[in-house]
Design a protein. Structure first.
Length: 297
């Protein structure tokens, strides 16, 4: 299939611990994006629930089987006749006989999973977040994703009408080697659904997303959480679409909303021809990287 230009949307949501309300909001904004001409829509990380770990335990669902949350997502995709990138699904791990990592301190561990759900309600690809967000922020917020979340171990791409799409989630954006791997797998567009904190977002969000677009010479589709969620948890927002030259072509402001732009595969080709940095890459051995001291003549 030859890639074609396509109108896509990234959503900006304000998810709380009210699952029903969160899914109603998802359906509303998916339909708004569809009415605006987008039939490929990226949804933020943790779109169905942000709240206590205790409550989250009861919401985990296996994939691809799913449960009430995933069933609702399939219904939304089919009724809107659009593909969804479910930015961060709270996935219950498969039951593996003899596995001792599925529970920790009597808590059920989960995967933070990015799901490409087609307009037919079928899972085309799943990516389990590799990099865990374990930080203590200056504002007192402590987030330790690895306390309840298992890390994935594979980079994943999926095919779309506009070309190969690389999947990632939020904190992944700080690790450029992942995006280099996705480029090597054929990606010309990167999905970065996020729940980026307000503290780090105001200084790093725009810079990191533009950097990932420039170095991978790919579009970046960054759906985002916005506003206060639970206790001290607050997200920065500014869902955006960045083109392969690093220009922000669409961006949300304050509050829930959406940003829409056309993905043009030919622009990726032209940028990669104009600045052939991907072709000019070199691989270094640890010995080469460590040999940094020159000699005086």
């Amino acid at each position: 299939m030859n890639p074609i230009p396509k109108r896509v949307a990234v959503l900006q949501l304000n998810t709380t611990d009210d699952v029903s309300q969160n899914l109603d909001s998802l359906e509303y904004w998916v339909q708004r994006a569809k009415n605006a001409g987008a039939d490929f829509i990226v949804v933020p990380e943790a779109f169905s629930f942000i709240g206590s770990d205790t409550q989250k335990q009861d919401l985990l669902e296996p994939l691809p089987e799913g449960g009430p949350i995933f069933d609702r997502c399939k219904k939304i995709a089919v009724e809107a006749n659009c593909d969804l990138i479910l930015g961060g699904f709270h996935e219950r791990p498969p039951n593996t006989p003899g596995s001792d990592q599925l529970k920790q301190d009597n808590r059920q561990m989960a995967f933070n999973t990015c799901v490409h759900l087609t307009s037919k309600g079928v899972i085309q690809a799943m990516y389990r977040k590799i990099h865990m967000f374990d930080v203590d922020l200056a504002d007192g917020t402590r987030l330790c994703e690895s306390d309840s979340t298992l890390a994935g171990d594979k980079s994943v791409v999926t095919e779309t009408e506009f070309g190969t799409l690389g999947l990632s989630i939020c904190y992944d954006m700080r690790f450029p080697l992942l995006y280099q791997q996705l480029v090597d797998q054929g990606a010309i567009v990167m999905a970065v659904p996020s729940a980026f904190t307000l503290t780090t977002g105001k200084d790093h969000w725009h810079a990191l997303l533009r950097a990932r677009a420039i170095e991978s010479q790919s579009y970046v589709l960054a759906a985002a959480q916005w506003g206060h969620h639970y206790k001290t948890r607050t997200s920065y927002g500014h869902a955006m679409i960045v083109d392969p030259w690093g220009c922000i072509v669409a961006e949300c402001g304050e509050g829930p909303g959406m940003a829409i732009a056309e993905i043009d595969p030919d622009l990726v080709r032209r940028v990669r021809q104009q600045v052939p940095s991907l072709k000019n890459r070199r691989s270094f051995t640890p010995q080469e990287v460590g040999n940094t001291h020159g000699t005086a003549g």
